[in-house]
Write a new protein. Structure first.
Length: 240
């Protein structure tokens, strides 16, 4: 069953190598986002799960070996995690990197890519299956919120994207799987959302577990006109 979860974004800029060692206002914002992601991931390792599953968007739905390498070469960044020819999508590359920063011993890990356009019911079913893989499962859901603002004029208002992101932030802040399950896949393309499928996998795992969760929203904002969330969720003691 699912005992703990975390939500993190996957911008390449999270990795320090992507900034070239520069410092400034952007670097300060990135440092805060990294700290929020580290805090969220620490929830997973502190739970000492039997299995930790990283789920993120990919070109197609597939499982990768836990030591599969990933890189940021497509983004012009000389960064590689693992050894060999990189095969991981961006979401799982950043997920592996975040786990490498986590304190404590690394639990058994699985990497699962979910095609960006995967239907809601299929995402929920994938999540339910993952929750049943071990007595104690932790899940790291990698995904970004609305990115349409970054494709418009700087600081242009986008109330539709704001409403979408506000709903997602509330869902994470209140550990509400039904709200995550209700997200419309059509918004993925309309609002350039890269996290919906992974979030609905998380919702499926929570619903299949059938226990209430507590949560903490560490970060919700759009420092670079793309919305990022970092959150921790853990099952309430005595409900599993």
């Amino acid at each position: 069953m699912l005992t703990a979860a975390a939500v993190c974004p996957h911008p390449p800029l999270l990795v320090p190598e992507a900034t070239g060692g520069q410092t400034g206002p952007d670097d300060i914002q990135l440092a805060g986002l990294r700290q929020a992601c580290d805090a969220a991931v620490a929830t997973l390792t502190a739970a000492s799960p039997d299995l930790l599953v990283v789920v993120g968007g990919a070109d197609r739905s597939e499982q990768f070996p836990p030591d599969a390498p990933g890189s940021l070469r497509d983004y012009g960044v000389p960064f590689l995690i693992g050894t060999g020819d990189p095969v991981l999508p961006l979401s799982l590359t950043i997920g592996r990197w975040l786990l490498s920063r986590a304190p404590g011993p690394a639990p058994e890990t699985a990497l699962r890519g979910v095609a960006a356009g995967t239907a809601k019911d299929e995402c929920l079913a994938i999540g339910a299956g993952l929750a049943g893989l071990a007595p104690s499962v932790a899940l790291l859901a990698m995904g970004d919120g609305a990115g349409r603002r970054a494709r418009q004029a700087p600081n242009a208002p986008d109330p539709i994207a704001d409403d979408y992101d506000d709903a997602v932030a509330r869902a994470f802040a209140t550990a509400d799987p039904a709200a995550l399950a209700s997200l419309d896949p059509a918004a993925d393309e309309e609002l350039f959302v890269a996290g919906r499928a992974a979030w609905q996998v998380l919702a499926g795992a929570m619903q299949a577990t059938g226990a209430p969760f507590r949560s903490r929203l560490h970060f919700a904002g759009a420092p670079f006109e793309v919305t990022y969330f970092a959150a921790s969720l853990w099952q309430l003691e005595g409900t599993g």
